[in-house]
Design a protein around this ligand. Structure first.
Ligand code: PLP
Length: 417
């Protein structure tokens, strides 16, 4: 084959050999805890590599040992996931939070400083601000819109700039679709790196998924996903993933082995199935979101729409430029403010029929929720106000339904306000 195939063409077959599974066209669920070695010599060799006592030799296949260390469903899934981000390696986890917390624990130690963007997903925010300090990790924060110099000042003012070990960002930010510049974040990481200490950059890419944004190409060292969202895409599985270079991922995988928070074979199998339709689902979702945003933009009961497609060179040059650099589409997430407050927002949510009133995102069915009292209820009140997460805000995750039906449902619910 002369031309490199696109990931969507490889999602049905890549990394799976039917001849190893009785010719089954689909990868079976390897529901097994342990694997039989052909010989004691093989067992010895597999363990030497798995425990890092020596590196894999040219052409040597790492044999299967035990499903906490490796399993065919997970290995094939991990190989397929690397194609979207063009990453060297991947590790899948039993949840997005498992992936995120494993990375934070591996790359931070007591006394270190962690720099984060705001707002972060509620679970990440809680772990970073409430759990990591118990282990002596210090946290510095910046917000959307702050310049590189301002962020460097924030780090310097902590008095712990020499202890900065990791920058952790989420872009687009949930639920406002505010963008953080990945390249600039990497420049800040480099600014604080020294010959004997590299500051790494980790990006939670859940909101755009592996199809619409590739943080590794913009300088990120690690990219993280809640695979529960777009990757899983059917609201029927909780899972997570982390991707990056072989050397960083060997650290992530080693800690995963000892925390034991890898995905199960069944979760791996479900995600293999989901990956086959990832591109078509996300294309349909982005197209539907465009139509829904156009409808909301002109509706008299809607005060403001937070949608990447609404950014222009004129209304917000800084955010528009970041979008042009790093986002391949406008995504499938829309937030909007209704005219009024909680009462009006709840009247809207309670009147939806097709769209389900539920948290989570990226699934085939459209979902709606109220960030201020649901996903973001834990965010500090002053910060919530600063970030425009108010009582009048609704967050929509657009699914694959026929767009006119989604719009009709929204129109009907807006009438009920
Ligand atoms: C849902 C989500 C997570 C957490 O993932 P789980 O799979 O629920 O553990 C992390 N980050 C973002 C942006 C999310 O939306």
């Amino acid at each position: 084959m002369s031309k490199k195939m696109k990931p969507e063409s490889l999602m049905m077959s890549y990394g799976y050999k039917p001849e190893l599974s009785e010719g089954a066209v689909k990868c079976p669920i390897f529901q097994t805890s342990t694997f039989v070695f052909k010989s004691a010599e093989d067992g010895k060799a597999f363990f030497e590599v798995a425990y890092g006592l020596r590196s894999q030799q040219e052409g040597e296949e790492l044999g299967l040992i035990y499903s906490r260390i490796n399993n065919p469903d997970l290995e094939i899934l991990e190989n397929r996931l690397t194609l979207w981000d063009e990453a060297e390696d991947c590790a899948v986890f039993e949840s997005g939070m498992a992936a995120i917390t494993t990375v934070l624990l591996e790359f931070l130690k007591p006394g270190d400083l962690l720099l984060i963007s705001n707002p972060l997903y509620g679970g990440s925010d809680h772990f970073i601000k409430k759990v990591l300090p118990k282990f002596g990790v210090h946290v510095a924060q910046f917000r959307v819109g702050q310049t590189k110099d301002e962020i460097i000042q924030i780090v310097n003012k902590t008095g712990k700039a020499d202890k900065l070990a990791l920058i952790y960002i989420e872009t687009p930010a949930n639920p406002t679709n505010d963008l953080i510049d990945i390249e600039v974040s990497k420049e800040i990481a480099k600014h604080f790196s020294t010959t004997d200490k590299e500051v790494y950059l980790a990006v939670d890419n859940t909101y755009m998924g592996p199809v619409w944004q590739h943080p590794l190409k913009h300088g990120a060292d690690l990219v993280l996903y809640s695979a529960t969202k777009y990757i899983g895409g059917h609201s029927d599985v909780i899972a997570g993933a982390c991707l990056g270079s072989k050397s960083l991922m060997s650290r992530v995988k080693a800690l995963r082995t000892f925390l034991g928070n890898m995905a199960s074979p069944h979760t791996g199998w479900l995600l293999l199935r989901s990956l086959e339709t990832l591109k078509v689902r996300m294309d349909a979702q982005a197209m539907n979101a465009q139509k829904v945003a156009e409808f909301l933009n002109q509706h008299p009961k809607v005060e403001k729409v937070y949608y990447l497609g609404n950014l222009t060179e004129e209304n917000n040059p800084a955010q528009f430029n970041i979008k042009q650099k790093q986002c391949l589409t406008n995504g499938g997430m829309i937030s909007f403010d209704v005219k009024g407050g909680e009462k009006e927002a709840f009247a809207f949510l309670n009147s939806l029929k097709l769209i389900k009133l539920a948290v989570s995102l990226g699934s085939t069915e459209s979902l709606a929720e109220h960030p201020a009292t649901m996903t973001h209820v834990d965010v500090d009140t002053a910060l919530k106000k600063e970030l425009s997460i108010t009582e009048k805000m609704i967050r929509l995750s657009i699914g694959v339904e026929y767009y006119e039906d989604i719009i009709q449902d929204i129109a009907h619910a807006l009438e009920k306000i």
